[in-house]
Every structure is written in structure tokens, then in C-alpha cells.
Write a protein that binds this ligand. Structure first.
Ligand SMILES: Nc1nc2c(c(=O)[nH]1)N[C@@H](CN(C=O)c1ccc(C(=O)N[C@@H](CCC(=O)O)C(=O)O)cc1)CN2
Ligand SMILES: [Mg+2]
Length: 280
């Protein structure tokens, strides 16, 4: 069986059109959604992502401001900026691009963002609300994975889902979202014994480990849905996921490509969360 492609680029474009219409509706009520993006340092990938976020906002009519701070910025200076943005009425969503320079404590920074403006959904309070099923912002990348499944009409209820990776920004929230939709969820990680056997149980397999092409076709059940969250740069230009695409596509019913799968959904869901923040 050759897999069908879960086309993140196309689905993200559809989400962005939805957001554009929602923004137009809010503007008629005198509300312009506003996003502040904070970038510290000069990580080249982060610069690209931040530029893309700003462009995506402009395209759908969201007001966006980018705060570019030098790598030597102190934690206190960064916290001062966040506090100022917390009190800025034009700004409904605040995000601090990760990773941050070593001398800054990521946890302290994220926890300083006002809960109602935390459109990345990374703060402890937001994560707590996600776990107990209260109103919250879904972190953009796992939220994007869920929308890919839903817009493709893939059923989640009662399915066996395996999430490989337990990061706070992808693996853990992904598992919680699948659980909330009544999947039976297993989380695997670097100490999991017999990873291949665990993966072969999955009707829905989500790979978020950050290891190039480590999930191979022999680890996939015939007909499984495979979501690849990995973005790994190998060599000068090549970008690969955590899944070995060619062998996995022989077994899966649906699979996300890299690039063009989960990545574009991340920014689309950020726009959604910003509009949601403004609506509230
Ligand atoms: N504050 C945050 N920091 C980071 C997040 C985040 O959600 N919030 N996620 C990642 C980076 N990221 C957005 O910030 C992001 C990563 C990848 C893509 C994307 O569109 N990828 C493309 C490939 C692009 C390329 O060539 O590099 C794809 O997969 O098709 C968008 C956003 C870490 N930091
Ligand atoms: Mg992300």
C-alpha cells in the first residue's frame, strides 16, 4: 500500500483563509487582533521563523510587531519587555521565540507572559488547563497535528496512538490532546524498551524526537497514520523528518512529508490562537 499525503501546506492555507475571514469579522467590531513576537539573539532558523510569522500575520490582517533583541540582552531586560507587552492593549498575543540564549531561564520568561496572551500555550498554567480539560491555548505544533487529522477526516476515538518524544512543547501536549479525543495513548522516549514493537501497535504514530529518519517502515503497522513532527537539517540544504519517508510510506495509509507537513501548520495555528485571544 502506498500512503496518501497529509498535505500540511494545503491545509495550512485553508486555515489561514479561515483566519482571514475571522479577522475581518473582528475588525468590523472594532477589534484588530495584535501579536508581539520577541526574538533574542541571531539564531538563523529562528530569524526565518519570526519573519514568516510576521508575514503570515500581515497576510490575514493581524497587527504584528517584532521585537529583535541582541544576544547579550539580560533576563531582566527581557522580562521588562514582556511586562510592558502584558499591559499593551493593542497586543492580544505574546510569543518568545525559542530557543533562548543559555544565560536566560526559559521557564521564568514563559511564566511571565500573561496567561490570556500566551498564544504559544507553553506556560505552566496553560499546560495545567490543557491537562484538566479547561479552556486553554493549544500549543501550535500539536494543535496543527490535530487539525491535520480532523481536516482529513481521520477518526481518533478508540484508536491506539503512539507519541514518540516527551518534550513539553510537542510530545506531552500531543499526548494530552489525543487523550482528550478518546485515543488510547502511549508515550515513548529514549529509555523505552523495544521502541519498534511499541510503534507497530500504533494506528496513529506521532514522531517528535529530533533524530533524523529514526522511525523506519518496519516500525509501522500496515495502514497506520504517520505524523512526522521532526525538522532535521542534514548536510548543507537537505531537510528530513524523524521518519524515514520512503520506507514508511510503503506501510502507512497517510503520512506527512517534511517539509510541507506539520511545519506550515505551526504558524497557521499561531494565527488561530491570536484571533482566539483577541476574541476573548
Ligand atoms: N516560541 C516558539 N518557539 C518555537 C516554536 C514555537 O511553536 N513557538 N516552534 C519551533 C519553530 N517554529 C516556530 O516557531 C517553526 C518551525 C518550522 C516551521 C516550518 O514551517 N517548517 C517548514 C520547513 C522550513 C524550513 O525550511 O526550515 C516545514 O516543515 O515545511 C514553522 C515554524 C521552535 N521554536
Ligand atoms: Mg512549534
Amino acid at each position: 500500500m502506498a500512503a496518501q499525503i497529509l498535505d500540511g501546506k494545503q491545509i495550512a492555507a485553508a486555515v489561514r483563509e479561515e483566519v482571514k475571514a475571522e479577522v475581518a469579522g473582528l475588525k468590523e467590531r472594532g477589534i484588530t487582533p495584535g501579536l508581539a513576537v520577541v526574538l533574542v539573539g541571531d539564531d538563523p532558523a529562528s530569524q526565518v521563523y519570526v519573519r514568516n510569522k510576521h508575514k503570515a500575520c500581515e497576510e490575514v490582517g493581524i497587527y504584528s510587531e517584532v521585537h529583535r533583541l541582541p544576544a547579550e540582552t539580560t533576563q531582566e531586560e527581557l522580562l521588562d519587555l514582556i511586562k510592558q507587552l502584558n499591559n499593551d492593549r493593542r497586543i492580544h498575543g505574546i510569543l518568545v521565540q525559542l530557543p533562548l540564549p543559555e544565560h536566560i531561564n526559559e521557564k521564568t520568561v514563559i511564566d511571565t507572559i500573561a496567561l490570556e496572551k500566551d498564544v504559544d500555550g507553553f506556560s505552566p498554567a496553560n499546560v495545567g488547563n490543557l491537562v484538566i480539560g479547561d479552556r486553554c491555548f493549544y500549543p501550535c505544533t500539536p494543535h496543527g497535528c490535530m487539525v491535520l487529522l480532523d481536516k482529513t477526516g481521520i477518526d481518533i476515538k478508540g484508536k491506539k496512538a503512539v507519541v514518540v518524544g516527551r518534550s513539553n512543547i510537542v510530545g506531552k501536549p500531543m499526548a494530552m490532546m489525543l487523550l482528550a479525543r478518546h485515543a488510547t495513548v502511549t508515550i515513548c522516549h529514549s529509555r523505552t524498551k523495544n521502541l519498534a514493537e511499541e510503534c507497530r501497535q500504533a494506528d496513529i504514530l506521532v514522531a517528535a524526537v529530533g533524530k533524523p529518519e529514526m522511525i523506519t517502515g518496519d516500525m509501522i503497522k500496515e495502514g497506520a497514520v504517520v505524523i512526522d513532527v521532526g525538522i532535521n537539517r542534514v548536510g548543507e540544504k537537505k531537510l528530513v523528518g524523524d521518519v524515514h519517508f520512503e520506507s514508511a510510506a510503503q506501510k502507512a495509509s497517510w503520512i506527512t512529508p517534511v517539509p510541507g507537513g506539520v511545519g506550515p501548520m505551526t504558524i497557521a495555528m499561531l494565527l488561530k490562537n491570536t484571533v482566539e485571544a483577541a476574541r476573548r
